[in-house]
Write a protein that binds this ligand. Structure first.
Ligand code: BG6
Length: 504
């Protein structure tokens, strides 16, 4: 096991939701499981006044996200501190630096510091600049790392300027761009499924795979994040980051080793090989966007997107996005990839489905089950892997029906303690392992592919379709898929009225 050195974690944006909901609970789990180093402290930094005690109460002592005895939580909370920046992040960090130095000495953090930027991206560069002005990027006495939250940019141009801005003050090796999907055990398992087995990889190419389908469905709507989401939309929020990371893991070539740079080099090559779509006709044919409408599910009224808090009542922001594309390389030539993401679907599920080709020569002519070989990688929930294949129906003749071979993580019993994504990613960054963090060039390659779709949609030529909250997206969603195939919808629509329409 790698060693976690003594360190101080400084969280910018510490009064926000992410700190209370994800970061502190992840640190608490690491504390409980004895993964934190002997000397460790957390300094929350934000723009509102709070004492250390108030901060501890808010994120730990009175938090609904931590469970255990009060004494245990109280002992953990002693590691938490708070510093008020008085209304602005872009200020002289003299006082902040004094506090950091003080905590570093008192708690023997050995000058190792992680700065976690959980603020809007527009503040990243200013924070990096102000830290640098106080020498807080200097690694002579101890390492310094910067973790940045998504969204990493709003387009290729903004992502590039963000990268350039951060590189002015921190080296790429010091920067950790978080994508919490990479922290999911099942996402990492894609690498193991592919490269630690000899039964899948020989089939993992255009000779055997008919098409690849990735679904990310959420049953929830935008909840309290309407303000952010309305400026972002499904493609920026999920596709450019989490889903293209999944695509990269499916598409990539075997790395030379499990070394972070080797893996990230292969992912980068995979993202570069996605065929860019720039022709409006191609974009029109290969993309679908939609927005959820008000509906009724089991007698309960569900709001439409335009009625959500902080959403423009005339908004044309997509809450559903589906994209068909090809990968221009030796392995994947002509294999279509279908990726969709949406809010207010009938259920919450993320899965990758590898659809295999039918056998070259059909012996059992009356059965279409031959066409049905699938490998389903269930990212969440019911984490696991499922193989669907044809089996003979007992009795005369050769009727074929579908059989399943399945593996679920929960079957591993107690040993299957699945670390939460933030727990795993924080621990990796604390240990200096960047394998599960996105590199600058990966993020830019993902934007390069996404930008033309966003531009096409922005021009307003592409229609935006309505779908009732609780159904599997717009009416013609299946038309995106070639031939007789359809999206694999793991359950039925929930809303009685599908409410399909074109939104003006
Ligand atoms: C976030 C998006 O990055 O991922 C959210 O901003 C989305 O809109 C969330 O709901 C989904 O994460 P998970 O882990 O619940 O699938």
């Amino acid at each position: 096991m790698r060693k976690t050195e003594n360190q101080l974690l400084v969280i910018f944006g510490a009064s926000g939701d992410l700190t209370a909901r994800k970061l502190v609970p992840a640190l608490y789990k690491l504390y409980k499981d004895k993964h934190l180093p002997e000397h460790f402290a957390v300094l929350g930094v934000a723009r509102s006044f709070m004492t250390d005690e108030e901060f501890r109460k808010r994120v730990a002592l009175e938090s609904k996200y931590l469970d255990d005895s009060e004494e245990f939580i109280a002992a953990f909370s002693e590691k938490l501190f708070y510093e008020d920046l008085h209304k602005k992040y872009d200020v002289d960090y003299r006082e902040l630096n004094e506090r950091i130095q003080d905590l570093n000495t008192t708690y023997q953090c050995d000058n190792n510091i992680i700065f976690y930027l959980s603020t809007p991206p527009s503040l990243f560069e200013a924070i990096a600049k102000n830290l640098t002005a106080k020498g807080l990027n200097d690694e002579r006495l101890g390492w310094k790392r910067l973790i940045v939250e998504k969204p990493f940019g709003y387009s290729l141009e903004t992502a590039k300027s963000l990268n350039e801005g951060l590189h002015r003050y921190f080296k790429e090796s010091q920067i950790y761009r978080i994508d919490h999907y990479l922290g999911k055990e099942t996402v990492q398992n894609i690498l193991v499924t592919r490269f630690a087995n000899s039964i899948f990889e020989p089939l993992w190419n255009r000779d055997y795979i008919h098409h690849v389908e990735i679904t990310n469905a959420e049953s929830g709507g935008v909840e309290s994040r309407g303000g952010y989401y309305d400026k972002s939309g499904a493609l920026r929020d999920m596709f450019q980051s989490h889903l293209l990371q999944l695509v990269a893991l499916i598409v990539m070539e075997p790395p030379l080793s499990a070394n972070p740079e080797e893996i990230r080099n292969e992912k980068m090559k995979a993202l570069k090989s996605l065929r860019l779509m720039t022709d409006p006709k191609v974009l029109e044919k290969n993309t679908i966007r939609g927005q959820y409408l008000a509906s009724e599910i089991e007698g309960e009224k569900v709001k439409g997107y335009r009625e959500e808090v902080d959403v423009d009542p005339d908004s044309t922001t997509e809450t559903y996005a589906a994209v068909k594309f090809y990968v221009d390389n030796w392995r994947w030539a002509d294999v279509p990839f279908y990726v969709r993401t949406a809010k207010r679907m009938p259920t919450k599920v993320t899965e990758v489905v590898i659809h295999f080709k039918s056998p070259h020569h059909q012996i059992f002519k009356n059965s279409d089950m031959n066409k049905d070989n699938k490998l389903i990688i269930r990212i969440q929930p019911d984490e696991g892997i499922l193989v669907k294949f044809g089996v003979k129906v007992p009795g005369q003749g050769f009727a074929v029906e579908r059989g399943n071979l399945d593996f679920y993580y929960e079957s591993l019993g107690d040993e299957s303690h699945i670390m939460e994504a933030y727990e795993r990613l924080l621990l990796d960054a604390m240990q200096g392992d960047a394998t599960l963090y996105a590199r600058a060039d990966e993020v830019e390659a993902a934007w390069r592919f996404t930008d033309p779709i966003l531009d096409h949609w922005k021009k307003g030529d592409a229609k935006i379709y309505g779908y009732s909250a609780g159904v599997w997206g717009p009416q013609h969603a299946d038309e995106l898929i070639e031939g007789k195939s359809m999206w694999r919808n793991p359950c039925e629509n929930l809303a009685d009225d599908a409410g399909y329409c074109v939104i003006e």
